[in-house]
Design a protein around this ligand. Structure first.
Ligand code: ZN
Length: 66
């Protein structure tokens, strides 16, 4: 049985500052990944949250009907 553990991975941009410290700036974009192999590609963070939610619901529905 395939478990669906969809998660949103925010994409950050690294800026290296004088002195050597690295800042991870959010870009407003994200990727959805799931343990079943789903990968949404880069979408907006808002869209990513929707995709992850829909995917979890879809997986739950498939289980109920399968
Ligand atoms: Zn999945």
């Amino acid at each position: 049985m395939v478990e669906h553990a969809a998660f949103v991975q925010g994409i950050t941009r690294e800026s290296i500052h004088p002195g050597g410290w690295v800042e991870h700036e959010p870009t407003g974009r994200a990727v959805v990944r799931c343990s079943c192999g789903l990968e949404s590609g880069v979408v907006t963070a808002v869209r990513a949250a929707q995709i992850a939610d829909d995917h979890r619901r879809g997986a739950a529905y498939a289980r109920a009907c399968g």
